[in-house]
Structures are given as C-alpha cells and as structure tokens.
Design a protein around this ligand. Structure first.
Ligand code: 13P
Length: 343
C-alpha cells in the first residue's frame, strides 16, 4: 500500500540523481571541520565555518555539476552575508538542500573496536523541524572498522538496524534518506577483504530496510568504494577497484533503489575521480541504478587549502571546487582523463 509521501520521495530522489550530477557533502561536524581548519591554521570559529560554507554554495556554475548539498546543523541555521539562509541560497542556485542528522559514531558497548552511530532518540521531532525549514533529504553515517576479528556480526547488524530506523523515520516526514554505511579504508587489509566486508554490510543493510518497511524507491545508498586498506602493500588499479566495487553492489543492492552516491573516504581527489570514471567506462550500460558521487574531502580539499581563510583567495578556491566538480562530472560520463587535471 502506498504511503502519503511516496511519490514526492521518488521525485526528490530522482532529482538528486539526475544525469551527470553528484552531491556535495559539506556536512562536517564542528569537530571535524575545526580539525581540517586547524591543519591549515584557519581560525576555528563559527564565522570562519560560515564563510567557508558560503564560499562553497555561492560558487558560480556549481549547479551544472551538483544536484544537492548536505549541510550540518550549524550551517543549516546560519545566514549568508546577504541575509539569505543557506537553504534559500541553495534553492536559488537550483541545488537541493539536505541535512546530516546522525550525531556521530561512538564505541559499541561490549564489542571492542566496533562503532555504533547515535542520534535516534528524538529524531522524529528533529526531522520534522528540518523538513519544515526546507530540507528535502537527510544523511546518516554508520562506521564499520576492518581489523583483527572486525567487524563482527553484532557491529554490522546494529548499524544496519539503526540505518533502517533512521530511514523509516525520514520517509515518514517526506525526507529522502541517504543511507551511508562506511567501511573505513584505515588498515592493512587487501581489496578482497574490503569486498567481503562491504558485501556483508550491504546485505545486512538491505535486509533491515526490507524488514522495517523502508521504500527503496525513495532512498539513496552512500557506500564506500571497495578499496585496499591505506596501509596495504598492494594498491590496486582504478580498473580493479571499479570491478570489485560494482561487483559488490550488483550482488547486494536491489534494482528498485534509484541510486548510489559514493563517499570519498580519504582517497586523494584525483584517485576518487579516476576510480569513479573506471566504473562508468566499464559498466555504465549494465547498471540498474544511477551511480554518482557524494564527496566531501575529494571535492573540498584542494579548494580549502587554496582559500586558507583569506578573503582574497575566495575566487581561486571556488575555481578549484568547480574544477573538481567538473572532473567528477566527466567521470560520470566515463570521459575523465588525467589531462583534465592540468586544465
Ligand atoms: P568524504 O567524501 O570526505 O568521505 O565524506 C563523505 C561524507 O559525507 C562522510 O560522512
């Protein structure tokens, strides 16, 4: 039986996944944003965070490559210099506003090394408020660690359960849930191990989504690419990574889901783009869902280093953001090449 928001959710999801566009994740928590600012000696103030996020959303031409942007609560309530809210500025730019709603990962009691994401208590009320303020979609990130004996069954299943509870609550108020189970790339494990864990995690997530009645047509998956650990001696080619990643998704993600948008997870911006490109070169015609990007670091990193907190560098930083967005757009068409990095 259909529910009140079903068609609206499907429409929002399709607008977010429109051909040749991706999502800009700019929803770093205050702690994460401050750490990135501190490493570049940028003041760690609410005003500096606002200035940075204003720079991002006012980048001219961004809407040609970016369909939606994920905000953090602080930004969601801040205003641009011209007095508009960030939600309004995004709408004016034809970019769909979204909001991160989890409140972070913490240690899972009784299971050393495992993480679980918090934020379900009171979530229904918070989601209603965000929807009333103009959000059209939300995001919740679960963290899965690969290590000695990790992850275990409990770590995988409690995170999948929480993702599905969050997703069901989102759909109840008409927000499209971005469901983000991130298998971290920290560690010395190889590509095969990441493939095995990613498949297991995705299976558990879709089992819970089904079990809890989440409607796939109005949801988006935000997974990790299947990668060797950052400390693994064998770093695979973009083609090998594309094959493993698409294989894991084809085996686990039902075709009823409209789309998948990758996180970048600490890959260099250039590698994240090259790997996404390889997926489209090799598999585009065989994919039942849209396959795009929802990067934070791989879109923002070079721009942030250029900006450095200085108003005079604003335009340079915006050009860098737009360049990365265009490279990723080219990857969605299977047309990215290293030559684009010189342009
Ligand atoms: P990265 O692309 O930097 O991994 O961030 C994506 C994200 O939204 C993390 O939750």
């Amino acid at each position: 039986m259909s529910k009140p928001h079903d068609q609206a959710l499907t429409d929002i999801a399709h607008a977010m996944l429109v051909e040749s566009k991706g999502l800009l994740a700019m929803d770093e928590s205050t702690g994460t944003c401050n750490r990135r600012f501190a490493s570049l000696n940028i003041p760690q103030t609410a005003e500096a965070r606002r200035d940075w996020r204003e720079l991002l959303v006012t980048t001219s031409g961004l809407e040609e490559c970016i369909s939606g942007a994920i905000l953090f609560d602080e930004t969601f309530r801040q205003k641009l210099c011209d007095g508009r809210s960030f939600v309004k500025a995004l709408e004016d730019a034809n970019i769909i506003p979204g909001i991160k709603v989890d409140i972070g990962a913490t240690d899972l009691a009784g299971h050393a090394g495992e993480k679980v994401t918090e934020g379900l208590d009171g979530l229904r009320g918070r989601l209603r408020e965000y929807a009333d303020m103009g959000a059209r979609f939300a995001k919740w990130r679960a963290v899965i660690v690969i290590g000695e004996g990790l992850p275990g069954r409990v770590g995988i299943d409690v995170n999948a359960h929480a993702l599905a509870r969050y997703a069901a609550l989102c759909q109840e108020v008409g927000l499209v849930p971005i469901i983000e189970p991130e298998v971290l790339m920290d560690g010395t494990h190889d590509l095969g191990r990441c493939l095995e864990v990613s498949e297991e995690v995705q299976r558990s997530v879709f089992r819970q989504l089904h079990f809890q009645g989440v409607r796939l047509e109005g949801a988006i998956l935000k997974p990790n690419m299947v990668l060797p650990g950052i400390g693994c001696a064998i770093q695979n080619t973009p083609e090998e990574i594309a094959d493993a990643t698409v294989q894991s998704l084809l085996r686990t993600v039902p075709p009823g889901l409209p789309g998948i948008a990758f996180l970048s997870g600490g890959q260099t911006p250039e590698l994240a783009t090259a790997r996404l490109n390889a997926m489209h070169v090799r598999f585009k015609s065989q994919l039942p869902w849209a396959l795009t990007f929802s990067f934070s670091r791989a879109l923002q990193q070079s721009a942030l280093a250029l900006w450095h907190g200085e108003a005079a560098k604003r335009i340079h930083a915006q050009e860098s953001l737009l360049h990365r967005a265009r490279c990723n757009q080219a990857a969605l068409r299977g047309q990215y090449s290293a030559r684009m990095e010189q342009e």
